[in-house]
Write a protein that binds this ligand. Structure first.
Ligand code: TNX
Length: 544
């Protein structure tokens, strides 16, 4: 684990002429709350000691690993006060009121670097900022064989005083292995990259009409049947099939545990999404009797929205849903569980005697209310297990269930309404946060689902709607960029679609309002992309 953290943390840096008197401002991304450039540098050398205060040891070791990739040696971590130059990590509970759980102070002075924070996440983010302060690697390595470019026995870090904390607690991205599977190694790399942008939530869209990707030991049919589709839409012509069986592809429980632990180490929460009652065809293919019409079905081979959905008139549907969610909660410790809830056409429910009987029995006036009734049962189950429900904004339609949080994707109005009613909200509108949409219009752009969300558009997004009164602003938890997978076949392609837009999203989620103007952001981003290049990230180059 330490090894891959090393790889991720090794990067380049665009600081001009370190060592000069207070030189140019370092190109930190996201921009910190407060930064003062001071004269001089801290000379990071092999004999430097990492001193970890009580409880800070794990974070100190991560930082030592990160430094070693550039320095060629792993700096020793110790508890006691060293005589010479040192990097000191301190947990200080009293900073919590000032900096929150994720904030930190970073002081780089000629003889000492000090990172202080109320929690481990803060120490980690202080370390990420320190990584961004490392000088730009250039030329062949002078460290051990196999070291990264720019490995030096001594690295000059510019003196700064930084105080920093995020604007929003939820800074997320979504990946969609349901449409195209992404192996766990790719997910780990993606998580690493997120952490280097101080992003902290990765939603995994684990199930959909086109595939069921999570092993549920109690229901092996879900993956035996649901993780295979007979073919996929052809590249370049979505209306035709490619004639190639896709799957079986799914995550085993042990792989998920490994991923969750890896992400936790980097202060990233993995948020599982299990779609229901719509986008459920892969599961219905395994259990057709849980649909309104009984099937038989086949895992969907085209993109788009499937009319056959889960039947809430049937008690057995809840037994399956609860088994699945119990399995999910066993693997994912996240406070929230995402139940999808979007794009569930209710026509089958209209024609289904069981659904209609249920509506009568419960006094429900519409199929939208039936979906709310369904959500309410699911929410009660999650609540009994100490979890919270989050769903796409369609869960507003028949009335929100009491504790639900909303992910607003069809614009921001759903999110606004939910926040006004005192529900927590994550903003993720198609207009600014759909990272599966094209980011350029040139002939070199890869095939995409359509839409157009260039970098500038992302950067211009403001998650707090202007109409939201001050007391309700706290309900806006943050924002999320969604990298839907219909046209994204691999982790490399996911990186291309995500970056640099995710860097703009990170800036919105972390940096204080008002934001810098786009030209200045672009300059910082230009330097930041050099770091990503050293890491081998397949980001889309900036427009000239
Ligand atoms: C809508 S966003 C969907 C997804 C698609 C996406 C493509 C949402 C809740 N549903 O199923 O993948 O559009 O952009």
């Amino acid at each position: 684990m330490a090894d891959s953290l090393l790889v991720a943390m090794c990067g380049s840096f665009g600081l001009a002429a370190p060592g000069t008197e207070s030189g140019p401002e370092p190109s930190l991304l996201p921009r910190p709350v407060a930064l003062e450039r001071r004269a001089g540098v801290f000379q990071l050398e092999a004999r430097c000691i990492l001193q970890a205060g009580p409880g800070a040891e794990a974070e100190a070791r991560k930082l030592a690993a990160a430094m070693s990739k550039r320095l060629g040696v792993v700096l020793p971590v110790q508890a006691g006060d060293p005589a010479g130059a040192a990097i000191r990590l301190r947990l200080e509970k009293s900073l919590e009121t000032r900096l929150g759980a994720e904030g930190y102070q970073l002081a780089v002075r000629p003889g000492e670097i000090r990172i202080s924070a109320a929690g481990e996440a803060g120490l980690f983010y202080g370390g990420v900022t320190l990584w961004q302060l490392l000088p730009n690697p250039s030329g062949p390595p002078s460290g051990p064989p196999g070291a990264e470019p720019g490995t030096r026995q001594s690295l000059a870090i510019p003196c700064v005083e930084i105080e920093d904390y995020p604007r929003f607690p939820w800074r997320g991205l979504l990946l969609d292995p349901a449409r195209h599977f992404l192996p766990v190694d790719g997910l780990k790399r993606f998580v690493n990259l997120m952490a280097l942008h101080k992003l902290n939530t990765l939603q995994l869209h684990l199930t959909d009409d086109q595939g069921w990707r999570l092993e549920i030991p109690k229901h092996p049919r879900l993956t035996e049947i649901g993780s295979v589709r007979q073919e996929s839409p052809m590249r370049g012509n979505r209306d035709r099939g490619d004639g190639t069986v896709y799957g079986p592809f799914f995550y085993r429980a042990a792989e998920i545990r490994d991923l969750v632990a890896y992400a936790r180490d980097r202060h990233v929460t993995i948020l599982p999404e299990i779609e229901m009652p719509g986008h459920f065809l892969a599961a219905l293919t395994a259990y057709p009797h849980l649909s309104c019409r009984g099937g038989p079905f086949a895992v969907r081979t085209r993109w788009g929205v499937e009319p056959d959905i889960l039947c809430p008139g049937n008690e057995e549907s809840f037994a399956l849903v609860e088994d699945v969610l119990a399995g999910v909660m066993e693997l994912f410790p996240s406070r929230f569980i995402h139940i999808g809830g979007d794009e569930a056409p209710r026509d089958r429910w209209k024609a289904c005697p069981k659904c209609q009987a249920r509506m009568k029995e419960q006094g429900l006036k519409s199929e939208a209310e039936l979906q709310t009734w369904f959500n309410r049962r699911v929410e009660a189950f999650l609540t009994r297990h100490g979890r919270r429900l989050v769903g796409w904004d369609e869960i507003l339609e028949g009335g929100l269930t009491p504790g639900a949080a909303v992910m607003s994707w069809r614009g921001t109005s759903g999110g606004l309404a939910a926040a006004q009613a005192g529900h927590e909200v994550v903003m993720s509108p198609t207009t600014h946060c759909y990272f599966d949409y094209a980011q350029g219009k040139g002939p070199g752009e890869p095939e995409s689902i359509g839409g157009f969300v260039p970098l500038r558009k992302v950067f211009e997004f403001e998650p707090v709607p202007p109409g939201l009164p001050e007391p309700q602003r706290k309900f806006i938890l943050g924002l999320q960029g969604n990298v839907w997978g219909e046209y994204i076949h691999s982790e490399r392609e996911a990186e291309y679609f995500a970056y640099p837009r995710a860097a703009a999203l990170a800036e919105i989620g972390w940096s204080p309002a008002p934001r810098e103007d786009f030209t200045l952001f672009n300059k910082r981003l230009f330097e930041h992309l050099k770091r990503l290049k050293v890491l081998g990230v397949n980001y889309r180059p900036l427009d000239q």
